[in-house]
Ligand binder design. Structure first.
Ligand code: SF4
Length: 381
């Protein structure tokens, strides 16, 4: 950080946070957290590996969604060594449906790294932990502060929302350039005697009380010091940059039957949904029918000629930066040998055996509709 930026941050914080307030805020937050914290499975442990798993899962994902995934994951991989020895496909299968699969691949890779380079002990130093695959500023601060009491502030969406209301911070929370200001504000408040407890308390306040909509200010332990509340401007915070319109893509997907089996392909390990299995297909071009796109993209990606027998369904899915809608077709194999152009691997499997493979979420939106019979028995429609 340059000297000029540092000075700007200091001036910004001194302007907003008076030192007498800091100890009162810490005290009230701590008391509130002791009485109100949720009883979550990862809060019952001091094991840095388990805390790390929970923090990785919690990125971009709601607590209620994470709990069953966390429990299954820890049951199967109770130690970092168990995870490091596992096959990536098994890790992805346990992560199936949780989304953001790069998190699972990185965690698996990092576990192997810790075994190789750190003798299986999660490093408790910032530089060593932050160098692990998939570990960024948020994960490093969360894991090191909670597991090892490293005095590093955590800044997630909940924390930014609380701080922006508490101190009327007019900077957009969804801009990377404002991150340093929020981080420095959180650092100024951080209780160095119990950084892990403080970080969890601030995140918990954002999750339970200072919620995005209808914050429960009457129940807030910080209400007397909250600038937005005092100015009756709670709903004006946090500030956000308006996002550009999210693009939407039209896809065609082919479920190709051959001898009562269907063809699935595995995506390359790197990139979106890396390592997961799916049915072949691709983008529908302008002026092309979805059926023609299905035949074309199947030929292009797996080198098979197919006949489209029936349209199974249309599915919709939203990713972080784009949306898709996909027409899913039942296809009959006509000719050709599988030659992959893009996918890393292929398998012919029975419909029942699909449950053994880690499939991404869009595939789960239609596999329950798949017939077990050959397409010759299916009426077009
Ligand atoms: S008083 Fe309301 S707006 Fe201010 S921090 Fe508490 S819950 Fe958030």
């Amino acid at each position: 950080m340059s000297r000029k930026t540092r000075e700007r941050l200091i001036a910004f914080n001194e302007d907003r946070i008076c030192p007498q307030d800091i100890s009162a805020l810490r005290r009230r937050l701590k008391t509130w957290y002791r009485k109100n914290r949720r009883d979550l499975p990862w809060r019952a442990t001091c094991d840095p590996y388990r805390i790390w798993v929970s923090e990785v899962m919690l990125q971009q994902t709601q607590v209620d969604t994470v709990i069953p995934y966390y429990q299954r994951f820890i049951k199967r991989f109770p130690t970092l060594q168990c995870l490091a020895e596992a096959e990536l496909q098994e890790v992805l299968k346990l992560w199936e449906g949780l989304g953001y699969y790069a998190r699972a691949r990185n965690l698996h890779h990092a576990a192997k790294w810790v075994v190789e380079k750190h003798g299986g002990e999660v490093p408790n130093q910032w530089a060593a932990f932050n160098a692990l695959p998939g570990v960024g500023d948020y994960i490093a601060s969360a894991v090191l502060s909670i597991a090892f009491q490293e005095p590093s502030p955590v800044v997630d969406g909940n924390v930014k929302r609380v701080l922006s209301r508490l101190f009327e911070i007019d900077l957009p929370v969804n801009s990377s350039s404002s991150y340093r200001i929020f981080k420095s504000t959180a650092a100024r408040l951080l209780d160095s005697k119990d950084p892990g407890g403080f970080n969890q308390a601030l995140m918990e306040l954002g999750a339970l009380v200072c919620k995005p909509k209808n914050p429960d200010c009457d129940a807030c332990p910080l209400k007397d010091r909250c600038k937005a509340r005092r100015a009756q401007a709670v709903n004006a915070y946090p500030k956000r940059f308006s996002r550009r319109a999210v693009p939407q893509f039209h896809l065609a997907v082919g479920v190709i039957f051959k001898n009562r089996r269907v063809l699935i392909v595995r995506r390359p390990d790197n990139g979106l949904l890396g390592g997961l299995w799916e049915f072949p297909g691709g983008r529908v071009s302008p002026q092309e029918s979805p059926e023609a796109a299905c035949r074309r993209t199947v030929l292009e990606t797996v080198n098979l000629k197919v006949e489209v027998s029936a349209r199974l369904t249309r599915i919709y899915h939203a990713y972080t930066h784009f949306k898709i809608f996909a027409d899913v077709f039942i296809c009959r194999y006509e000719s050709g040998r599988v030659k992959l152009n893009g996918p890393a691997e292929h398998r012919w499997v029975s419909v029942k055996a699909l449950s053994r493979y880690p499939l991404h979420r869009t595939q789960h939106k239609f596999i329950h509709l798949l017939p077990l019979k050959e397409p010759s028995d299916i009426r077009s429609g």
